[in-house]
Write a protein that binds this ligand. Structure first.
Ligand SMILES: Cc1cc2nc3c(=O)[nH]c(=O)nc-3n(C[C@H](O)[C@H](O)[C@H](O)COP(=O)(O)OP(=O)(O)OC[C@H]3O[C@@H](n4cnc5c(N)ncnc54)[C@H](O)[C@@H]3O)c2cc1C
Length: 185
């Protein structure tokens, strides 16, 4: 919005990318800020934020990042509940795949990344386990944690288009996509 150059505000935020917009949103909603300007020579969300793959996940190699992205995902969920469907939020998960039979180093890294929440890692060695295949929507129905699939029959049945020699799949469940442009709006 065009403003009188003499007008003053309590908070001036430089940059109307997704970070500036998110900071503005939480300053207003949670911290009672009523007078705020977002300053940018470009259209909102038109720079780096326009390039995003629009994916989110809570798996990272360090527990601090896992906690941080878990918190961030909870905030996304809150916004999605306020305006159901507007974010086009999905939760198919992230699948990390390898032809190695039992990638112990990757599994160790997974436990390290989840830290105290390592109980969320489920090792699936049988084709007849209660593993839930990916389901993008509604995101509320997706399980939490991570499934590590180490059984080729289970992998082939779940992902029939994948190469038959894929031997292990790390399926991070709290992960998916959103419309970043819609989120900014
Ligand atoms: C190819 C690609 C794929 C990505 N995929 C994902 C993904 O899947 N998931 C994910 O979470 N993240 C992803 N990211 C990262 C994510 O897009 C960025 O971290 C995020 O968009 C950064 O937002 P920002 O607001 O910090 O920056 P920007 O969107 O770059 O916004 C900064 C704004 O500041 C303005 N500005 C700069 N200097 C000034 C100034 N002096 N005065 C006024 N305004 C100024 C700019 O014009 C710009 O509009 C991806 C990034 C890229 C490049």
């Amino acid at each position: 919005m065009a403003r009188d150059s003499a007008q003053s505000v309590d908070v001036a935020l430089i940059g109307a990318g997704s970070i500036g917009i998110a900071v503005a949103y939480y300053l207003v909603r949670r911290h009672g800020v009523r007078s705020l300007a977002l300053i940018d020579p470009r259209d909102p969300l038109s720079f780096t934020s326009a390039q995003s793959g629009e994916n989110y996940r809570n798996w990272w190699p360090h527990p601090v990042m896992t906690a941080f992205t878990d918190h961030s995902t909870t905030l996304l969920e809150e916004i999605d509940r306020l305006a159901p469907g507007r974010l086009a939020m999905t939760r198919g998960g992230y699948a990390l795949v390898t032809r190695r039979e039992r990638p112990e180093d990757l599994i160790r890294e997974l436990y390290r990344g989840y830290g105290e929440m390592a109980g969320r890692v489920r090792i699936r060695e049988s084709a007849t386990c209660d593993y839930l295949p990916p389901k993008r929507t509604p995101w509320e129905e997706a399980p939490d944690g991570v499934d590590v699939l180490l059984n080729r029959d289970l992998i082939q049945r779940t992902f029939p288009s994948w190469a038959p020699d894929i031997a292990a799949v790390i399926h991070v469940r709290r992960a998916g996509s959103i419309s970043a442009q819609q989120l900014g709006r």
